[in-house]
Design a protein around this ligand. Structure first.
Ligand code: NAD
Length: 248
């Protein structure tokens, strides 16, 4: 019997982890729409749809277009995110609101728009991209950590709310991933090469995570093979959260 082609929406899929995820889903046979501020950068056969996850009307219109084009929806990957550095004292309220608007409420809006369509799927799955900083105290990341910690908690709450509807909800917690995001971070460092070496050394594996490694974890959680996996977080972080190595 022919298997039905899965249909997926990936937010923030024009770059980095989202692009790697959209490509891997597509390579695996899924029809994939990418919702991103920079939808024009999205390569075929991925369908790029411009959306700002911080704007509810934009998200609703983009999800509607995606569902029309794909003929339904099975998988939602809430991956769009922005960074922030500083302690609680360093960022004014409007910066807190901006980051929470994208990293937390962005996932809320996209999920709200997608849920009616996911309910029509036999393999419905949502995967949220969180971060190891949701679970690990890292200096100078108060706002970003709060946004990802809230998304992590939301993942569990959503998993509980929708389990009886057959919709699974999980998240990935990446470590430091070699994407344009990290390039931008390094551009701002006094000594980019030394900062890259520090980020590498911070990971017990001694190297940065690749976007393809995170994509593989997201695709597993989104796949029917993970049919009994819901309400869980998969660390793809080179051991930075779970391991404590003896100092030499
Ligand atoms: P990236 O900057 O390469 O890609 C982020 C994408 O999100 C971009 O295409 C950007 O246009 C899109 N985007 C940003 N704001 C948006 C908005 N308001 N509406 C729609 N699209 C928007 O970054 P990345 O490293 O691939 O990060 C992807 C996700 O992974 C983020 O949620 C980030 O917090 C998370 N993450 C990244 C790392 C890392 O080290 N790179 C580690 C842990 C978690």
């Amino acid at each position: 019997m022919a298997q039905q082609r899965l249909r997926a929406v990936v937010t923030g899929g024009a770059s980095g982890i989202g692009l790697a995820t959209a490509r891997l889903l597509s390579d695996g046979g899924a029809a994939v729409a990418v919702l991103d501020l920079h939808a024009g950068d999205v390569p075929a056969p991925l369908l790029g749809i411009r959306a700002d996850v911080a704007d509810d009307e934009s998200v609703r219109a983009a999800v509607r277009s995606a569902v029309d084009a794909l003929g339904g929806l099975d998988i939602l990957v809430n991956n769009a995110g922005i960074g922030a550095v500083g302690t609680v004292a360093d960022n004014p309220d409007d910066q807190w609101r901006r980051v929470l608007e994208v990293n937390l409420l962005g996932a809320v809006r996209t999920t709200r728009a997608a849920l009616p369509h996911l309910r029509g799927s036999r393999h419905a799955a949502i995967v949220n991209t969180c971060s190891f900083v949701a679970l690990t105290g890292v200096p100078g990341r108060a706002l970003y950590a709060a946004s990802k910690g809230a998304l992590h908690a939301l993942t569990l709450a959503m998993a509980a709310d929708h389990v009886t509807e057959g919709i699974r909800v999980n998240c990935v917690n990446p470590g430091t991933v070699d994407t344009p995001w990290v390039d931008r971070l390094l551009d701002r460092a006094d000594d980019p090469a030394a900062e890259r070496a520090r980020l590498r050394a911070r990971q017990p594996t001694g190297r940065l995570v690749t976007a393809d490694e995170v994509a593989a974890a997201i695709c597993y959680l989104a796949s029917p093979a993970a049919g009994s996996v819901t309400g869980t977080a998969l660390a793809v972080d080179g051991g930075i959260h779970g391991l404590r190595l003896p100092a030499d």
